[in-house]
Design a protein around this ligand. Sequence first.
Ligand SMILES: [Zn+2]
Length: 149
Amino acid sequence: MVSSTSSNAPNYLCHACADAKGIFEGLHLTSTSPSTYQVDKAAKHTQVPSSSSGVVSVLNSHSTAEYDQFSRQAFNHGFVEVEGNGRFALIYPTTGYIGTRYQGGAATVQEGYFRWYLSSDPNLAHGRSDSSVNYIGAKCTQCGRAVAL
Ligand SMILES: [Zn+2]
């Protein structure tokens, strides 16, 4: 018999279950005075990278205002990935392609999701577009509801 308790399986919570657990109360958006780290992250994920850069996900709009908007959407409507060590990522699925993944300055993959990282730390919380492929079949471990589109 195969065990279903794989420690590598991501632990997802739908927005409603995460809210019921009070998870959102301890999480942060970028404040009105973002840290240098956060300003750098926002720039990195909205500008087409140079050919010397590694793998970078960039919003197709190249808009930091949209970057902020997606981070808010992740807080208001996204689902949660429990990352361990008290960290949570918020994932917001969209129905279109909002970003492009670049490798060495060349576009490789179109991305439809937005992922907000390290939201438990007000100075490190930041986001980027992400590939929907990473979340195929994702279900809430609390109620069993499908969380990905
Ligand atoms: Zn749920």
